[in-house]
Design a protein around this ligand. Structure first.
Ligand SMILES: [Zn+2]
Ligand SMILES: [Zn+2]
Length: 146
């Protein structure tokens, strides 16, 4: 499992594999602050993440491991290419580009792994067992912690 979170004392991002190191306290590589992680026995046994190891919050979500900005960029690029083809009278090509972008989008959706995230502190868990109780990312819940 890979855990990425932000140091509570400084803006540094910390990346650890708590299962590999077995450590419950991680020293921030930037400010050397000790951050204690609550890694329960269920997580050690490969079970799903119930509560955030960093802040203890139970409000967590699952989402695709895909940078949102890249997705927006891909859609924008497809739209521009499509409009360009359309402008030059290549209607079939214009539709083909749009269709290809939709297929690529769907393909990525199924191929990409899921990550578990914490609403409260923003910690991201990769390669953790999925927890069926965690829903898709919900902006309404995320707003509560802003
Ligand atoms: Zn720090
Ligand atoms: Zn958290």
């Amino acid at each position: 499992m890979e855990l990425r979170f932000q140091c509570s004392r400084c803006p540094a991002g910390i990346l650890v594999d708590p299962l590999e190191t077995g450590e419950e306290t991680i020293a921030c590589p930037n400010c050397k602050a000790e951050v204690s992680l609550a890694i329960g026995p269920d997580i050690r046994a490969g079970g799903p993440v119930e509560a955030c190891c960093v802040c203890g919050s139970h409000e967590m979500y699952r989402r695709k491991d895909f940078p949102q900005r890249l997705g927006v960029l891909l859609v924008a690029a497809a739209a521009i290419a499509s409009l360009t083809f359309y402008y030059f009278g290549m209607v079939i090509a214009a539709w083909a580009v749009l269709a290809a972008s939709v297929v690529a989008d769907l393909g990525l959706y199924y191929v990409l792994p899921r990550v578990t995230g914490c609403y409260k502190c923003g910690a991201i868990y990769r390669r953790a067992a999925p927890n069926p109780r965690h829903g898709e990312f919900d902006l309404a819940i995320a707003d509560k912690y802003k």
